[in-house]
Design a protein around this ligand. Sequence first.
Ligand SMILES: [Fe+2]
Length: 243
Amino acid sequence: MKIALISDIHGNLEAFHAVLHDIDAAGVDHLVCLGDIVGYGADPAACLDLVRERQPRVIVQGNHDAYAADERDLDAFNPLAAAATIWTRQQLGEERRQWLRDLPLHGYIEPDVMLVHASPSDPGAWEYLRFLADGALALADQPTRYCFFGHTHVPMAFRHDGERVDQLIESEYDASEGDHWLVNVGSVGQPRDGDWRAAWTLFDHDAQRIELRRIEYDIETCMLKIVGAGLPERLAERLTKGR
Ligand SMILES: [Fe+2]
């Protein structure tokens, strides 16, 4: 079974189109969406509608989805994220916001494959798993052999082999090794690992192979839309740097 995992689309329709094109070319059995469909980008409604049209087997809620879905205060967000969230709320309409509110915080696509936006420890606490110690703590709570997540927009893997945890940054992993894997699938619409290209992850469950894929997309159009929508210009600039 081949599974395409996408996360952190963040309203970037150009990147999402490019990723879906690559997923279709790869030929997968299932699509999984790890949240943050909206926020930052200029096409939150179109991205949300396209996610629904593609009927992923599992969709989990991200923090930006949760904040765009209701009127909770935005103190936890930096000024850029807060400005984008207020704008996004206005674009979505009540039906889409209700759909976002109803998304679960975690799911499973196979009994041994857990799916979350931020962390398997406490998915609604929106922790950021960046460093080895973060991964080691989260792996201690992970109930399954595999868990895939997003949230930091930095693709990487934490591997537990029964004795030690390693933090790996590769484009391909032999997932038959080790006991437990906690894998960040990268961000479709706002990568932050210094590579501007859209990211998604292909997991071949039978072959136990995990592959990170990077795809170029029409970043100029995407940036023009962000500026044209009146969103902060920094949200467009950062896309070129992958930060
Ligand atoms: Fe995100």
